[in-house]
Design a protein around this ligand. Structure first.
Ligand code: NAP
Length: 471
């Protein structure tokens, strides 16, 4: 028995070490589509190990309850994974992210409560970490829920602005700061504690409301990073190394992802958070502006487009948000397979911010079993467009707009793009000349080498498949 009591703490520390290693290995593997599934599995195993070890370490629950918890959690996970549509993934991630913030806030609240009741006072270091946990956790929860509402269309995707918005936000943050000082001076004061929870929640709502629906992935990624920092803070509150490590990893990776997205859009984080840019996230409208009315647009039918593709030596497919909306990934794969069988070299070009969330296109194409080896990053594929016979753009708009290279007045000026205009021919499948996320007209549609195949992506690809079969 004695041996067991001395062995247990060592076993627990080893469990934490293994879990932390699994997190790091998992994150590394998540960096490539080919190893991402494996990485996800390793990270999830690390999390399971960390949770089980913690529960056993603190004698919080016995084996039976741990097993029941795992069974219920796994069942919920399986149901969610099977039922949530691929296009609803950003909402799903946002929701789970909000729960992460809630968990951090709950840890902080629980610890505050425990110290007040068991010791009558809360030490300064614990009070500071509790304050951090409440602020970041509370704001992450309410901010994420607003983000989910915007992505789901329950709340308007347009930036919600009102007079004196920023001063109001600053006043709320200031009130939180003052309440924090009060709580530090009057350790354990419950009125200040509850006021702070309310202020943090309201701050999260007001912070996210003025941001456009299309920018929600960046906001979610940032809030995700903050929830990691909140978890780390909670780790200091309860003196748990695992929570500190896991929180720091989430915090750092969330920040890196936020930076990648901002770079891909060529926008600063400040402009995303305070620029009130972007609308409801779905492209609407027809050819915008009078200048587009003067320009010539070449449009073709699916029969002619099928011939161009079938008799090309090389085709590069460029998917975008429209492919996700139309759920056309399976049809793309079907067309690509047919072309390959006819001897055409088919590749896919993936822009880092195509779609509405990081990795959006990779996930959809993986779902349709497109081989990873055919997916090319922007920097790798761009030099190849000049030798490409046909670039087939499916529901992409901003990420192929050549105006980003030279139009200094454009909101996407400087954003790196997929240079499809350099291919020998470009076919664009979309429903109209309507704009994309940035709301600006695309000069690609009016270029000599561009032909438009108007229609919804899935329908048009279906027609192309049957036309190619007949050739
Ligand atoms: P986009 O510029 O938003 O354009 C999407 C196009 O899809 C629209 O012009 C629309 O044209 C077309 N479309 C919609 N439904 C369709 C359907 N059923 N069939 C065929 N086409 C359809 O998309 P993108 O080129 O992928 O660019 C992504 C944009 O989102 C960038 O501006 C990026 O900065 C921004 N963004 C991305 C992320 C991210 O993490 N990926 C995050 C935040 C913001 P029609 O209406 O004419 O059909």
């Amino acid at each position: 028995m004695n041996d067991l009591t001395t062995l247990l703490p060592t076993g627990i520390q080893i469990g934490y070490l293994v879990a932390a290693s699994l997190f790091i290995l998992g994150l590394k593997k998540l960096g490539s589509p080919a190893t991402a599934r494996n990485g996800n599995f390793l990270s999830a195993t690390g999390m399971l190990l960390a949770v089980v070890v913690t529960l056993l370490d603190q004698n919080i629950l016995n084996y039976q309850w741990v097993l029941i918890g795992i069974a219920i959690g796994s069942a919920i996970g399986v149901i969610i994974a099977k039922t949530v549509a691929m296009t609803a993934m950003p909402q799903m991630v946002g929701f789970l992210n909000g729960l992460g913030g809630a968990a951090s806030a709950l840890v902080a609240m629980g610890e505050f409560w425990r110290l007040v009741h068991s010791e009558g006072a809360v030490p300064l270091n614990a009070t500071i970490t509790v304050i951090l946990g409440i602020f970041i956790g509370g704001a992450t929860l309410s901010g994420s829920l607003i983000a989910v509402g915007k992505l789901q269309g329950v709340i308007t995707g347009k930036p919600v602005t009102f007079p004196l918005q920023q001063p109001v936000n600053i006043a709320i943050a200031g009130a939180f700061f003052v309440s924090s000082g009060f709580l530090i001076a009057n350790t354990g004061d419950q009125a200040a504690f509850f006021t702070m929870i309310g202020l943090a929640t309201v701050f999260g709502v007001l912070f996210v409301l003025p941001i456009g629906g299309g920018d929600m992935p960046v906001v979610i990624s940032l809030l995700n990073s903050l929830s990691g920092i909140a978890a780390s803070a909670a780790g200091f509150v309860v003196m748990n190394n695992m929570l500190i490590i896991a929180g720091a990893l989430v915090g750092a990776s969330g920040l890196i992802l936020t930076e990648i997205m901002c770079k891909g859009m060529n926008r600063s984080l400040i402009s995303v958070l305070f620029g009130a840019f972007g609308g409801g996230g779905e492209a609407t409208g027809v050819a915008g502006g009078s200048d587009s009315e003067d320009k010539i647009v070449r449009s073709i039918g699916s029969e002619e487009a099928a011939m161009m593709l079938r008799y090309a030596r090389s085709v590069v497919i460029v998917p975008g948000y429209g492919m996700a909306v139309a759920q056309a990934q399976q049809s793309i794969q079907e067309l690509a397979t047919l072309l390959e069988q006819s001897g055409v070299d088919v590749r896919y070009a993936i822009h880092p911010v195509a779609g509405r969330m990081p990795g959006h296109m990779n996930v959809l194409l993986a779902e349709a079993n497109v081989p990873y080896t055919q997916l090319y990053d922007m920097d790798d594929i761009n030099p190849q467009f000049e030798q490409t016979d046909v670039a087939l753009v499916v529901g992409a708009n901003d990420v192929v707009n050549p105006g980003a290279r030279h139009d200094a007045g454009s909101p996407i000026y400087g954003m790196p793009i997929l240079e499809v205009d350099k291919a020998k021919q470009t076919i664009v499948i979309k429903r109209s000349l309507g704009t994309g996320f940035s709301g600006i007209q695309n000069e690609l549609f009016f270029k000599d080498k561009t032909t438009m195949l108007f229609g919804s992506a899935k329908e048009m690809l279906g027609e192309l498949v049957s036309e190619v079969k007949q050739l």
